[in-house]
Design a protein around this ligand. Sequence first.
Ligand SMILES: Cc1cc2nc3c(=O)[nH]c(=O)nc-3n(C[C@H](O)[C@H](O)[C@H](O)COP(=O)(O)OP(=O)(O)OC[C@H]3O[C@@H](n4cnc5c(N)ncnc54)[C@H](O)[C@@H]3O)c2cc1C
Ligand code: SF4
Length: 447
Amino acid sequence: MSVFSLPEQRLERALADKKPLYTHAEAVAEANRCLYCADAPCIKACPTGIDIPTFIHKIQTDNVKGAARTIFESNLLGYSCARVCPVEVLCAGDCVYNHWGRPPIQIGRLQRYATEVALADDPTLVSKKGAAPTGRKVACVGAGPASLACAGHLALLGHSVTLFEKKDLPGGLNTLGIAPYKLQAEDALAEIRFILELGDITLMTGVGVVEGESNDGEVSAADLLADFDAVFVGIGLGPDTFLDIPGEDGTRVVGATRYIERLKSDPDLSLKGIKTVAVVGGGNTAIDVAREMALLGVPEVVMVYRGTGSQMPGYAHEMHGARTEGVRLLENRQPVRIVRDEQGELLGLEVQRMKDKRPVTGAFEVIPVDLVAMAIGQSRLTGLAAAFGGVAVDAKGRVVVDPATCGTGNPKVYAGGDCVNGGKEVVNAAQHGKLAAMAMHAAFAAK
Ligand SMILES: Cc1cc2nc3c(=O)[nH]c(=O)nc-3n(C[C@H](O)[C@H](O)[C@H](O)COP(=O)(O)OP(=O)(O)OC[C@H]3O[C@@H](n4cnc5c(N)ncnc54)[C@H](O)[C@@H]3O)c2cc1C
Ligand code: SF4
C-alpha cells in the first residue's frame, strides 16, 4: 500500500458527515452573529490560541484565504481540528452567547469553511511564506498530529525534517482513530499532504524507531540522536489495555482503538452476524466505538460502565449523541468473565452489579453478546521515550517536559501530544508540536 492509498472498501465510508461543510451563505450568516468581543473568551479556550474573532471577521468580509491564514498561523492542523475538536467544551463552550441562553457561534464549522474552501482554491496558501534553508535537521518520531505540527512549523522556518512512522499510514489517531462521522481517513491524509508541502519534510512510513539495535525497517533512538540536530518524540499511546478476566483471550473480544482502526482502514472487516455488542468503558473512546457500531446498523449496542452515567469520564454531549442513536448504558456493572462455549465461541459477558463502585455480593448476570469491545484505556510506550537518554517518565507513564518548550531532560530531545499529556485532543498535540518547533528554532539560533 502506498503512503496515501486507502482501500475502497472501508466500513467508515457508510457513515455520513454529521457537520457538513457550510455553504457560503451559511458561513457568512453565522459569521455575522459574532460580536468580535474585545477580550474574546473563545481565544483563551483554544489550546492553540487561534485569533477566532479575526478569522470570523475575515469570513464575514469574504476574505476566506485571510481567514485560513489566521487559523494556520496558530494551528497548522486547523482543518482537522475544525472537524474533530470538542468545541462544546473549548472555544464554543466559552462563547459569550452561552451566558444569554443562546446558541454559541459555530466556531468549528466556520473554521472548517475557511480552511477547506481556501485550501481547495490554493493548496500553497501557507508554504509560499516559508523561510530559506537553515541546514538544521530534525527527526520526528511518529507521524501523528503532534509530530506533523512540529514538522510543519519547523519546515516553515527553513529547517529540514524527517518523520519516522512505524505504520503504513501516517496521521496517528487522526487518520485511524477519529470517529468517521467527524473525519474520515482520506480527509486526514489530505491534510498531511498539505503539511508535507510546507517545506523540506520527508515522510518515512513503515519505519519504527526502536530502543535497542535496529533491524530492517527500523531505526534506533541512538542513531537519531547521532544523525540529527534535535529529535521530537510524538509517539502517542500504546495498544489497548484489557481487564485480564477469564475468557478474554479468544475470538470476538477486541481492543476498541484497534477495532476502530480496522473499521477505518481494513477492507476485510465485516459486521456480518454481529447483532449485540458490549462496549466496556465510560470514556470518549467507549462512546465513539458504541456510536460507530450503532450507526453501522448493529441492532443492540450496550455500554457497560462500573459507575453511574454521571460519573463517566466521556463528554456528556457525546453520550447524549450516543443515546439518541440507540446506544444503551448499563451502569454500575463490572465485567468479571467472558462466557464461551466448549469450542471457545463467545456466548456472553458476565458482569457483577456495583454500588458506589464496589461489587455487590452474589449479584451476577450474563449479557448475551456477539462482540465485546474493551475501551478501558491504552498502554504507555515508556521504554522508547526513556531510550533517548535523559528523558524522564512520570509514575503514570507520561514523558516529562517543560510546558513552555516541550523540552525534556535531554537538551536535544523534545516531546509532545498524547505521550506527554496521557491522552487529550488533537488540538493539544498540535500545540505541543508548535511549542517544540519554536523552542528548537530558538535553540538553533542561540548556538
Ligand atoms: C478512538 C479515539 C477517538 C478520538 N477522537 C478524538 C476527537 O474526536 N477529537 C480530538 O481532538 N481528539 C480525539 N482523540 C484523541 C486524538 O486522536 C489524540 O489526542 C491525538 O491523535 C494525539 O496525537 P499524537 O501525535 O500525540 O499521537 P498519535 O495520534 O497516537 O500518533 C502517534 C504516532 O506515532 C507512531 N509511533 C508510535 N511509536 C512509534 C515508533 N516507535 N516509531 C515510529 N512511529 C511510532 C504511531 O504509529 C502513531 O502514528 C481520539 C482518540 C481516540 C483513541
Ligand atoms: S466569544 Fe463568541 S461572540 Fe465573542 S468573539 Fe468569540 S465567537 Fe465571537
